[in-house]
Design a protein around this ligand. Structure first.
Ligand code: GUN
Ligand code: FE
Length: 456
């Protein structure tokens, strides 16, 4: 069992036993159960009368449990575009590649087919909690919420608010209609079935696309809705985007101040990218306790820049990882981990700032990368009391990882009797969905190779 603790360390327990209730909540963790001869005693200690009372899942050689990955930023209607458009920077990419694809989601049947594939792919990649942007369409986004709910994934689902600087066939008619559709979607998602314990699996999230595509009245109206609603948006991804934003909001001191002055910068706000944020903006983000979704695959792919994640961590800002499909070309948080590592090395090679704290200007370590992919993401989604690590009282959202040859991934080459630590490191850098054998959300198996084999 591999359990992230903080940015500096994780626990690796080769002989742990973890108890999960029928409601999918972790009840206890026994760190050292050497073999099945002591099983009966351990179970009795936790109030069971016999081994017959429980279903026991025993891991094989090369297998371990990891908390499920948390994708703090992705775009469901952009999946058909993955691998397309890397020649563009952000604003041209939106016009030429992204908006034309998202416009197709006006067709609900098209959306339903696409979203089924999207959610299956994201779950099988090991993402147990996902922050999804839909398109601007209400009906298609209801479908996305239905599909996520039916699949049993934990997620935040929002429809984009965008009422200006967008193509004629892909723009909302007014701030009023945008808000009306948003409220309808919120009620709809809140009415979906909930779990027997803890927060509902699928929750609504406010999704102003970015400042450029929203008028000030639209942003203000969103900011004055229920403050317990989470917010996801983009910030300071690309220099041309930053300049355009300043020109649209000349009265605001910064890009961050645009969201802040409209009531959209708060403890439950997820800001994607943040590559070009200034020190003053980072101070404001820290003060408001908002989180940042680091999307390194996208930041490289759209030539947006290299985010100084270490300096965010040293400031105590909440940080998670995002795939940002299709700015990013992979739906897997494993790819985001790999590119977060490379990005941190680029920052380090460019020098400077190492005196400012343990992370600034240095490469991200394995414990830090694991943290960003799990518990850090949970903090960013304001869900750290429910998921992100294995703790009694949290939901059992987990991956059964198979690093053995039997997984069928020849790229993950574990030599002989390797430790859990070595297997974790090789999985993070060489693993893929073939190594994700079972995906658990709240105790239910909802994805992974073994799940698919049983389903087919
Ligand atoms: N900024 C506004 N919209 C988008 C989007 O769809 N993707 C990315 N990466 N940045 C954006
Ligand atoms: Fe994005």
């Amino acid at each position: 069992l591999v359990n992230p603790k903080n940015l500096h360390e994780y626990q690796a327990l080769p002989h742990a036993l973890l108890g999960v209730s029928s409601a999918g909540i972790i009840e206890w963790i026994e760190p050292d159960v050497p073999d099945s001869s002591v099983l009966q005693d351990v179970l009795v200690k936790h109030g069971y009368t016999s081994v017959e009372d429980v279903k026991i899942v025993e891991l094989r050689r090369g297998e371990f449990l990891l908390p499920g990955f948390i994708d703090t930023h992705t775009h469901a209607p952009q999946f058909p575009n993955t691998g397309i458009g890397q020649q563009y920077e952000l604003l041209d990419w939106l016009q030429n590649v992204t908006f034309p694809m998202e416009a197709k989601f006006a067709d609900v049947a098209f959306a339903r087919d696409a979203y089924k594939r999207v959610v299956r792919r994201v779950l099988d990649s090991g993402t147990t909690t996902c922050c999804y942007y839909g398109s601007l369409h209400l009906d298609a986004t209801k479908e996305l919420a239905n599909i996520v709910n039916d699949a049993g994934q934990r997620a935040f689902v929002g429809k984009c608010n965008m009422n200006r600087n967008s193509p004629d066939n892909y723009v909302e008619a007014s701030a009023e209609s945008s808000i009306a559709d948003t409220k309808t979607l919120i009620s709809y998602i809140n009415g979906l079935t909930s779990t027997s314990s803890g927060p509902p699996l699928v929750q609504p999230i406010l999704t102003p696309r970015f400042a450029i595509s929203c008028t000030s009245p639209l942003l203000s109206s969103l900011g004055s809705l229920d403050p317990s609603l989470r917010v996801q948006t983009h910030i300071s991804e690309n220099p041309s985007e930053v300049a355009f934003t300043h020109s649209l909001f000349p009265a605001c001191a910064s890009y961050t101040a645009v969201y802040d002055t409209h009531g959209l910068l708060r403890h439950n706000t997820i800001l994607a990218h943040g590559v070009h944020l200034t020190d003053e903006e980072l101070d404001l983000i820290k003060t408001r306790e908002a989180g940042i979704s680091h999307c390194p695959t996208s930041n490289f792919n759209l030539s947006s820049g290299v985010a100084p994640v270490g300096s965010w961590l040293d400031r105590g800002i909440k940080v998670g990882l995002g795939t940002d499909v299709s700015g990013g070309f992979s739906p897997s948080i494993l790819t985001a981990v790999q590119h977060a590592s490379i990005a941190s090395k680029v920052v380090s090679l460019n020098g400077g700032g190492k005196d400012k704290g343990p992370f600034t200007g240095r490469q991200l370590t394995i414990p830090a990368l694991l943290f960003l992919a799990t518990l850090g993401g949970a903090q960013v989604c304001d869900l750290a009391s429910t998921v992100g690590s294995f703790e009694p009282g949290k939901a059992f959202d987990a991956l059964l990882v198979n690093t053995d040859e039997s997984a069928g991934n020849p790229g993950l080459w574990v030599a002989g009797e390797s430790s859990v630590e070595t297997r974790l490191e090789q999985f993070l850098f060489c693993g893929d969905d073939r190594n994700v054998k079972e995906v658990y959300v709240q105790g239910r198996v909802v994805g992974g190779t073994a799940f698919r084999a049983r389903a087919s």
